[in-house]
Ligand binder design. Structure first.
Ligand SMILES: *Cc1c(COP(=O)(O)O)cnc(C)c1O
Length: 457
């Protein structure tokens, strides 16, 4: 086993080094080569080293280079050194993090990481938390707590009786709500389309002057960091009104919530700490390996009521039993990497990571604007939307940038305009990565525009 792990570490290291020079997107040849995996299941055992060699030889070239410094697609972080290495050690531990007795260390690391995150994000110290796979699952868990709380107030135990015959719950979301919130609502029986959409402004912020009517049967979903613009809903204006009406406020802060950790950006999350539940990701801006999301709920009893499991062999003790706060029962010890990231960065290192990536985003915006392209959003954090002209031209430029390989960014449509979205979420991105990527974007965009001028149509 020792030799195998060393062999694997060497290959893993070579892979991460290769990201400096290879194309960010895998080549079409590398993707085609995946057909080598279409083999019958071997009858006899294979030497583990040969399995890893096959995985690396065929698999590594067919990865998207999103762990490197020049991937700006979707909102995707890399993995910092400490959490990546901690993830390996945790793999060796192979702990079931669901129950304290099965892993005292996993439970301890969750508790410590939870306390640190609440401090860094400026959330109430009394919050409960669940370590889930992603922000989608965190939205699900937070909204499950909301569903429980609103119905319990009306004397309805939704976990026991379900939603049949229950008092109605109205859900108010932003016109620009993230699809993961709608998916969570669907899973909860609250309905993807049975929502009231609040109008937004040009940055995608809910307009507090046009807020739909809220009451004690309402869940209001706010955004801290729009997935396109990075904009924040005006929480300080809206949340007091929502609470006066008796509504539950849930915040989708998949990446934006982390702006709180950088002193110069912290004013963006003013007021969000007054909400009732929050969903965030650790695999985005905190740069821990996949998969890792966290739900926070101000009153831990509401999350517990929605998620708790009961079986005669589960002794309920004094300890915080992890499985009572997540949809999962058996699961990996996600707190390990969150702890390792925070323990290695410290408050200052995290502030630097957030501030540095925001500065890189501002540099992209300035460089592209100087080259004559329109920036469609106020660049308040790490997100930039750039248009290269009409929709067709912009789509062609994006495809050409992706194929050229220096960097990778994807397409989006922002309030009717097709744009390229640049998200700088990786700790690994350097000034040099930004300049190289900017040069490639501008060169490729100029070339693609010329292509149009000479096209025969
Ligand atoms: C990424 C994102 C999500 C979903 O996160 P997953 O980790 O992919 O489930 C939800 N909301 C926002 C605002 C996001 O950016």
């Amino acid at each position: 086993m020792k030799h195998l792990l060393e062999f694997t570490a060497e290959r893993a290291w070579r892979y991460r080094q290769s990201l400096h020079d290879r194309t960010v997107a895998p080549t079409p040849e590398a993707v085609a080569d995946l057909r080598r995996l279409d083999e019958p299941l071997p009858e006899a055992p294979t030497d583990p080293e040969a399995v890893i060699a096959l995985l690396d030889d065929v698999g590594s070239p067919a990865t998207m280079g999103s762990a490197g410094g020049r991937f700006f697609g979707f909102v995707v972080g890399s993995s910092l050194p400490a959490p990546l290495a901690a993830n390996w050690l945790a793999g060796a531990w192979d702990q079931n993090a669901g129950i304290v007795v099965l892993s005292p260390i996993a439970a301890k690391l969750e508790a410590v990481a939870m306390r640190w995150m609440l401090g860094l994000l400026g959330l109430p110290p009394e919050c409960g938390a669940g370590f889930v796979t992603c922000a989608t699952q965190a939205n699900f868990a937070g909204l499950a707590a909301a569903r429980h709380a609103l119905l319990a107030r009306q004397g309805w135990d939704v976990e026991t009786r379900g939603l049949f015959g229950a008092p109605p719950i109205n859900v108010v979301v932003s016109e620009h709500v993230h699809v993961s919130v709608l998916k969570a609502l669907a899973l909860l029986g609250l309905g993807r389309e049975r929502v009231i959409r609040a109008p937004v402004d040009g940055q995608g912020r809910i307009r507090s002057d046009a807020l739909p009517r809220l009451d004690a049967g309402t869940i209001l979903c706010l955004q801290a960091g729009d997935v396109n613009t990075g904009a924040f809903d005006p929480a300080a204006e809206i949340i007091p009104r929502a609470h006066a009406a008796g509504a539950w406020v849930h915040v989708d802060g998949a990446f934006g919530l982390w702006a709180a950790a950088a002193p110069a950006r912290a004013q963006l999350i003013n007021g969000f700490a007054d909400a009732d539940s929050w969903a965030t990701d650790a695999h985005k801006w905190l740069n821990v390996p996949y998969d890792s999301g966290i739900v926070f709920v101000r009153d831990p009893r509401q999350l517990h009521a929605a998620m708790a499991v009961n079986a005669p062999y589960l002794v309920i003790g004094e300890a915080r039993e992890p499985e009572h706060y997540t949809p999962d029962f058996s699961r990996r010890a996600r707190g390990v990497e969150v702890w390792a990231a925070l323990r290695s960065l410290g408050r200052q290192g995290l502030a630097d990571l957030i501030e540095r990536t925001c500065r890189h985003a501002a540099r992209f915006a300035a460089g592209l604007r100087a080259a004559g392209y329109a920036i469609l959003n106020d660049v308040v954090i790490n997100q930039v939307l750039v248009s290269f002209g009409d929709a067709e031209t912009t789509r062609r430029v994006i495809a050409a940038i992706q194929a050229e390989g220096t960097c990778w960014a994807g397409a989006t449509v922002w309030q009717g305009r097709t744009a390229m979205r640049i998200s700088v979420s990786s700790w690994a991105t350097t000034d040099e990565d930004v300049e190289r990527s900017l040069e490639a974007m501008i060169r490729v965009a100029a070339g693609a525009a010329v292509m149009r001028d000479f096209s025969p149509s």
